[in-house]
Design a protein around this ligand. Structure first.
Ligand code: 6GU
Length: 287
């Protein structure tokens, strides 16, 4: 998968180099380009915004800068062609040994039938969900356009639909200064779902949201810590009982914290009779 980010704060995307994401870059599972939007300005002040038509506070980002920038990132031309892709800071132990080099196109070499995906982070977007992360984790080329929160001239988004499949997306009901942190959030959610990025492919089977419920608590050694014991069932060696206990914890936590998710799970027919008994009792059923 190839990811490109357009931003006026390229250094804000530094965290992409680290930990799991850096490793995915190193292993050539993802290629990441971070582009400074100001490279597409033509005036001496490198202005990217201007006052809004109709008046009001704040500034709006200029279509004359964003239009060519998005064209170039889609086509791999202009300043987008010479961007230095983010390289992980850790030693390139595995560089050049990947067998998955064919998976991602080079910039500007998309299949003519599939437009790249353009994500525009905005508090006015549709809510980002685990489902979207899962769908986008199979994309070949995803481009993120970071605007300031007053936004980008709407015609940029409208016109980009000629070149991209465009989605305006919010990461929650609060307002950030710009889209950069939202991009970090979405990239992490997407990339961890790509096969080979997490050590154990099964480790996201039980994720919160993957099955419509919140994940229950986890424990490790020691068995007793500061007077607190690991629940006995987890030491029982009875796999069936452990699974039932985990399911109960998951159900009860979801009921307490996210009744909206629980209702959706009920409506989708994801709960068994036994699940419903646990919820009605408000406590795990004793065997
Ligand atoms: Cl995606 N962008 C900005 N600027 N603010 C947000 C957001 C995105 N999601 C919630 N607040």
């Amino acid at each position: 998968m190839r990811l490109d980010v357009l931003t006026i704060f390229p250094e804000y995307l530094e965290p992409l180099r680290h930990a799991l994401l850096g490793k995915a870059i190193e292993q050539d599972i993802i290629q990441v380009g971070v582009h400074n939007l100001r490279e597409w300005t033509s005036d001496v002040h490198q202005a990217v915004d201007d006052s809004p038509y109709g008046g009001g506070p704040g500034m709006v980002m200029k279509p004359s800068v964003w239009g060519p920038a998005l064209d170039d990132v889609a086509a791999g031309t202009g300043p987008a062609a010479s961007c230095s892709d983010l390289i992980s800071s850790v030693p390139h132990r595995l560089l050049g040994t990947s067998s998955s080099d064919a998976a991602a196109p080079r910039l500007g070499e998309e299949s003519p039938t599939t437009k790249p995906l353009l994500i525009v982070p905005t508090p006015a977007g549709v809510p980002f969900t685990q489902d979207m992360a899962a769908r986008w984790s199979t994309e070949k080329h995803v481009v993120f356009a970071c605007g300031r929160y007053e936004g980008i001239d709407q015609r940029v988004v409208d016109d980009a639909a000629n070149t991209y499949r465009v989605e305006e997306v919010s990461i929650g009901d609060y307002v950030l200064i710009g889209g950069e942190v939202a991009v970090l959030v979405m990239v992490e959610a997407i990339v961890r779902l790509i096969p080979g990025v997490l050590g154990n492919a099964a480790s996201h089977q039980d994720d919160s949201f993957q099955n419509g419920l919140l994940e229950g608590p986890s424990y490790t050694k020691p068995r007793r810590w500061r007077g607190l014991d690991v629940p006995a069932v987890l030491l029982s060696g009875n796999h069936g009982k452990v699974e039932r206990w985990r399911r109960d914890q998951s159900l009860l936590k979801t009921a307490a914290r996210r009744p909206d998710l629980l209702e959706a799970a009920q409506e989708a027919g994801l709960l068994t009779k036994r699940d419903q008994q646990v919820l009605d009792a408000g406590t795990p059923l004793e065997e």
